[in-house]
Design a protein around this ligand. Structure first.
Ligand code: UDP
Ligand code: MG
Length: 322
């Protein structure tokens, strides 16, 4: 088996408008490094022409390998699959939409050669994204930092280089509902940040609607923190104390012989307030229980339909492919 120095993992979901350009830019950058490399495109159940475009690239270029999922398993699952199949000594994960400029890769490689095992891209500036996206992303990274005990770097997405050592450790972590940037922070090793300007999408629209963003946010928080459960408990104690105080007020008013008939309004307000709090707490618990359930079912993280340029090149089938 010929050895590969660099593997570039590219998750793809309905990216037909950008793929030819992504391939062209990545190839240009990787050829400059003049060492053997592979481009691993993970087709995350695209419903446009992306699968055909990718198969075509693989047919023409032996350095292109394609993994087709049986359906959409999500960005984090796609990255996981790419890392499972990668053979390189260093693995680079990059979005397909050219928001993360491939031209930063040689700088990452230089840092890697200095001895860093993880080089992560830090977004110094974000171009061409809505105020809502920038605001929610910025809030999320800071909220996550406040909620978790591990040091997840701010404004850092999944654009990063990882040494083989790190990839091997990451491959052992098969938890469901993955938040990969958190897992990378968790495994440790020598890590370096590299600032870059996040550009606007080359073409197409975001594949991260609010629903997927919220799912990722919950995954990040629940996977790395039990604080929401603690906050729920503290809130419970605090409110019990307040209601006890109110109970005393009611008893004293009664003993003093004051009328207790008026007070419907306060009772209704208290009832609504407490029901709301209880539902929120139940919801938080539900998020954790749902994730425990996912772990218990232990389904694979993704299902591979077919591959191209991969068969026969793998010594052992990756852990989760079916
Ligand atoms: N992506 C994916 N599966 C999904 C959603 C997105 O593989 O379910 C890919 C997408 O093709 C892109 C990357 O993940 O390469 C990041 O998605 P996107 O650019 O839409 O997210 P944004 O940059 O808007 O946060
Ligand atoms: Mg993008």
């Amino acid at each position: 088996m010929e050895s590969v120095r660099f593997s570039v993992v590219i998750p793809v979901f309905n990216e037909e408008e950008v793929l030819p350009e992504t391939y062209r830019r990545l190839t240009g950058v990787m050829e400059e490094l003049s060492e053997p490399y592979e481009l691993i495109f993970v087709n995350d159940g695209s419903r446009d022409r992306s699968p055909e475009i990718l198969d075509d690239l693989a047919r023409k270029d032996p350095r292109v390998r394609v993994i087709h999922f049986s359906r959409n398993f999500g960005h984090q699952a796609a990255i996981t699959a790419g890392m499972d199949y990668a053979r390189g000594e260093a693995v680079i994960v990059i979005d397909a939409d050219l928001q993360d400029p491939p031209e930063v890769i040689p700088e990452m490689v230089a840092k890697w050669r200095e001895g860093y095992e993880v080089v992560y891209g830090k977004r110094a500036k974000r171009e061409g994204e809505t105020f809502f996206k920038r605001f929610t992303a910025s809030f999320f990274y800071r909220f996550l930092r406040a909620m978790t005990d591990i040091d997840i770097p701010l404004d850092t997405g999944d654009f990063r280089l990882m040494d083989r050592k790190v990839v091997e450790v990451m491959r052992l972590l098969r938890e469901k509902n993955r938040f990969i940037r958190g897992l990378v922070a968790w495994v440790g090793f020598r890590q370096a940040a590299l600032e870059y300007v996040r550009h606007r999408r080359f073409a197409g629209t975001t594949k991260y609607p609010l629903r997927k963003m919220l799912k990722l946010a919950w995954d990040g928080i629940t996977a790395f923190s039990n604080k929401p459960l603690k906050i729920a408990a503290y809130l419970g104690f605090a409110l019990s104390f307040l209601s006890f105080v109110y109970l005393l007020v009611i008893v004293v008013t009664k003993l003093l012989g004051k009328s207790t008939v008026p007070g419907w309004a306060s009772l209704a307000v208290i009832n609504l307030f407490f029901s709301g709090i209880i539902l929120i707490i139940l919801g938080i618990m539900g998020e954790y229980i749902g994730r425990i359930y996912d772990e218990a079912k232990n389904r694979p993280l993704y299902i591979v339909d077919r591959t191209r340029g991969v068969d026969g090149t793998h010594e052992e089938p990756p852990h989760d492919s079916c």
